[in-house]
Structures are given as structure tokens and as C-alpha cells.
Design a protein around this ligand. Sequence first.
Ligand SMILES: [Zn+2]
Length: 115
Amino acid sequence: MHELSLAMGILDSVSEQAAKRGIERVSVVSLRVGAMSGVVRDSLRFSWELACADTVAAGSRLEIEEVPLAVFCERCAQEKTLERLILRCPACGGPTPRIVRGREFQLVSMEVPDS
Ligand SMILES: [Zn+2]
């Protein structure tokens, strides 16, 4: 499962950061995930739960900020946000191979529980 390896990668970063800062428990982990990243959210959430068991992030909530697909259209000389994952300008219909945003898969932040 693709998402499980992604979840484990994120968990590695989270564990490393937590260790560095002396954090024993992480309650929320925020990610930025692009529409074009190929990540299935439900699958990622499920994988996250599995990956986190018995770690610093056990039982943590995964917050996923979705980044819409944005391209730059040469013909319109403008950035366009696409509703569908088809690389074509919604205004002029021209092909838009230049992806500006939408491929992200990043750890944004993590929170510790209030104590
Ligand atoms: Zn255009």
C-alpha cells in the first residue's frame, strides 16, 4: 500500500522532531497534500493509525490540508486553478503542462496535547 509507506515516512519525521524537542506525545499532525499527489486520503488516514500504534503519535489526529491543482497557462499568461485533474486551461482550453501547485506531500506542523 502506497499510503502506508507515506504514513511511515511522515511518522519518521514526526518521531525525529519529537525526540529532538523532548516531546513525549503528539496529538495532531498536519499535512499538506496536493490534489495531484496521488494520495488517497481515507487510505492515508487508515495507514496513519496503523503506523502510529505504540509510537509518540499513537492515537493522534491527522489533519489534511488539500492543495488544489494549479497550473500556469502560457497563452493566458495566468495561473489557473483546475477543478479536475486534467492539464488543460479552463479559460482557453490550451494544454498547461506547467504545474504550479498540487503535487505537495508535506508535514506542516504537529501539536502536543494540552496538559
Ligand atoms: Zn489559458
